[in-house]
Ligand binder design. Structure first.
Ligand SMILES: [Mg+2]
Length: 281
């Protein structure tokens, strides 16, 4: 029992990690059937060690990571479906709207303005161009209300920013409309914690590579925190950075993936504040 004492395990792991060329050397060991506890311990220790080895920039996704977003869209969508209930059941209108949004993503990008245009297009299609112009007026009004919603910060966000500020370069990396995201950041009152805000047209590997280059750092010095596995974690891991997932209770269908991640640079948290013990001495 004493062989696995609290001092000897970290020392052994430390020696092993020092002798490893990189994190990928550890993966076969993970897969070799280590006991679950030891397996988790390896992952955590590897993460902390690598963090100490040089993370410089911590990037935060904005919507549903820093502040509430998706529930507001869902409320708007519900009202929109009610507008069209003479033509189709709610669920079908919702499906039609989703189809329109996805088809338009390449043209309009992410954000409220594209969402408004997609609502109008969907309304015209499901009504076979027979709807009253008042419905279009309502859809535009709902969109404007969405743009004017107050900012509701998520639990623990400001404490995390305050604690990390000055110790790391903090960045916002978000999709959405430029003006809308800038406005939300200003209204949130947390803008002063960030060195840089990147409004990204998309969050794919090439977009992160561009951001990392712009920040003048190596991928291994970049850590991204966000609520979307698809946008905030997988592409970051793929380019050599660190990905931290903090799930939100609701996620847009387009961002949903069922993906089990086994990667030494990945961390799954329940709350954003859980990152602090891993990033601070
Ligand atoms: Mg998000």
């Amino acid at each position: 029992m004493h062989l696995y004492g609290s001092l000897k395990i970290p020392l052994a792991i430390d020696l092993f990690l020092i002798s490893s060329d990189n994190d990928t050397d550890i993966l076969p060991l993970y897969n070799a059937g280590l006991p679950t506890t030891l397996h988790r311990f390896f992952k955590l220790y590897s993460f902390i060690k690598n963090n100490r080895m040089g993370i410089k920039v911590i990037a935060f996704d904005a919507d549903d990571t820093l502040w509430v977003n998706e529930p507001y869209f869902q409320e708007t969508e519900k009202k929109f479906c009610e507008l069209l209930e003479d033509f189709l059941p709610h669920h079908s209108v919702s499906q039609e709207l989703f189809k329109t949004e996805i088809a338009n993503l390449g043209l309009y990008g992410y954000g409220v303005k594209g969402f408004i245009l997609s609502m109008i297009e969907t309304a015209l299609r499901v009504s076979n161009n027979t709807l009253n112009a008042v419905v279009i007026e309502k859809a535009i009004q709902y969109g404007k209300e969405l743009l004017e919603r107050p900012i509701e910060m998520l639990d623990g966000v400001e404490d995390v920013l305050k604690a990390l500020s000055g110790k790391y370069r903090l960045v916002v990396a978000t999709k959405g409309d430029l003006l809308d995201q800038e406005r939300k950041l200003k209204k949130s009152g947390i803008g002063h914690y960030f060195h840089h805000t990147e409004i990204m047209s998309d969050k794919q590997e090439k977009d992160y590579q561009k951001l990392i280059k712009h920040l003048d750092i190596e991928p291994s010095q970049f850590l991204m925190i966000g609520n979307s596995i698809k946008s905030d974690v997988l592409p970051v891991l793929a380019v050599g950075g660190y990905g931290v997932h903090v799930p939100y209770h609701t996620t847009w269908a387009h961002e949903q993936v069922s993906h089990h991640i086994e990667h030494p640079n990945f961390r799954q948290l329940k709350q954003i504040s859980e990152i602090l013990p891993q990033l601070l001495p």
